[in-house]
Design a protein around this ligand. Structure first.
Ligand SMILES: [Zn+2]
Ligand SMILES: [Zn+2]
Length: 241
């Protein structure tokens, strides 16, 4: 498993016919205070838990799982990770936490057609993703966790309550599905999405000084050009009004 930076490990997703989100493990190993960012698709939890334990991490060192958002390709294997890391709290933005605690499927699947396809594929009933949220995030928080500083940035648009995590020392951004490498951005046609909010969120991210971009899918970027997010936002602007 590649170490992206001291205190940031990258466990690549294993896409199949549905994408599986990447997982990032954040926190300095010696701190005993580690956080998992996102989980992944249904069935994709055990190899990730295994990869984490192979680093020599003790299960009780995983203090929390922080969700960038609650789409199926990020939350599908949350229960599998929770089984491996039973002491981990669940941190989610308040807007999606409300839906998650009710077992509202709309925020998970995004659209009816995808829901029926996945329910059939994975043998899932309604409200299969109902979780108790331990901490509701709003955006604007700064956490000192695992010997690092992480800011929470509220970036709705791809989903209702999307968040990014930003580490200002090494300039690391974990934006979920809001922006990717190759000038790509997240889709904005699903339940809870909003094109103009996505535009504002990209503008918010463009103000950050980012050197390492760790998105939810596809390539990660090191040595991100100074205007990369700004240019990506500009490119997509005509579609986001
Ligand atoms: Zn998503
Ligand atoms: Zn995703």
């Amino acid at each position: 498993m590649p170490q992206v930076y001291k205190g940031v490990q990258f466990i690549p997703g294993q896409d199949e016919f549905i994408p599986d989100s990447h997982v990032y493990l954040i926190g300095n190993p010696e701190s005993g205070d580690l956080s998992i960012v996102d989980a992944g698709l249904t069935g994709k939890g055990s190899y990730k838990a295994h990869a984490i334990l192979e680093l020599g991490v003790r299960p009780e060192d995983i203090k929390r799982i922080i969700m960038t958002h609650t789409h199926l390709d990020h939350i599908g294997c949350l229960a599998e990770l929770q089984k491996n890391f039973p002491e981990a709290e669940l941190w989610v933005h308040s807007l999606e936490a409300d839906l998650l605690e009710k077992g509202d499927d709309r925020a998970v699947y995004g659209m009816e057609m995808f829901k029926s396809m996945c329910q059939m594929q994975f043998g899932l009933g309604n409200s299969a993703f109902k979780f108790k949220v331990d901490r509701r995030l709003e955006g604007g928080e700064t956490f000192e966790i695992g010997g690092m500083i992480w800011d929470v940035v509220f970036i709705p648009g791809h989903s209702m309550g999307g968040i990014a995590l930003y580490e200002p020392v090494a300039k690391i951004l974990i934006p979920g599905d809001v922006i990717y490498a190759d000038y790509a951005i997240g889709r904005f046609d699903l339940y809870g999405a909003d094109a103009s909010r996505l535009k504002d969120s990209l503008d918010r991210l463009a103000k950050l000084d980012v050197d390492i971009l760790l998105p939810g899918h596809n390539q990660i970027m090191k040595g991100v050009p100074a205007d990369y997010i700004r240019r990506t936002a500009k490119m997509w602007e005509p579609y986001l009004t």
